[in-house]
Design a protein around this ligand. Structure first.
Ligand code: FES
Length: 176
């Protein structure tokens, strides 16, 4: 039986790795939260990058005088942290009470159908990450969805679908 002894080549250039480390360090050292902890440091990194890269774990451990195991323990305990880069776009639909009462279910179904997803997650082509939101802070405009943090209120299922189609069209147009 043969085993693969081909060296694994990391395709990430050194400059990109350094840039990532710089962004992690900046996120950790410029936290706005009053008390700095392992959790607050991880939240700052998630805010900055949209995910927790492997490199962040040792940086957070060192900054908080903690251990890698402790940082992993905190990071893996919270289901909202993601450990791979998000898609190019974020689509959120609110399913909070105000939105639920006025048709969020239909909006969610239309968006999920259009993205070809069953629930939260990334589309296969990685053009969008879909998330539920418990309140997008615009209840009088319910039902509400957002694309890359731009809000769309009083939205119908049909309008939600056309926003996703528009998003796809813009991405395909900009890829050319
Ligand atoms: S409940 Fe949907 S925006 Fe507040």
């Amino acid at each position: 039986m043969s085993s693969d002894i081909t060296p694994k080549i990391d395709p990430t250039p050194d400059s990109e790795k350094q840039d990532l480390k710089d962004r992690i360090n900046k996120a950790v050292t410029t936290q706005k939260r009053p008390t700095v902890t392992v959790l607050s440091s991880l939240l700052s990194i998630e805010d900055e990058l949209g995910y927790i890269p492997d490199e962040a774990i040792s940086i957070v451990a060192e900054y908080n005088n903690s251990t890698i195991n402790e940082v992993w323990g905190v990071a893996s305990f919270y289901p909202n942290f993601r450990f791979d880069p998000p898609s190019k776009n974020t689509v959120e639909v609110c399913w909070g009470p105000s939105c639920h009462l006025v048709g969020a279910t239909d909006v969610i179904k239309a968006v999920l159908d259009e993205l070809e997803l069953d629930g939260e997650g990334d589309t296969i082509d990685k053009i969008a990450t879909f998330k539920f939101n418990t309140c997008l802070g615009a209840c009088p405009q319910a039902p509400v969805m957002s694309i890359n943090h731009r809000m769309y209120g009083k939205i119908s299922a049909k309008q939600a679908k056309s926003h996703i189609l528009e998003l796809r069209k813009n991405i395909n147009g900009s890829d050319k």
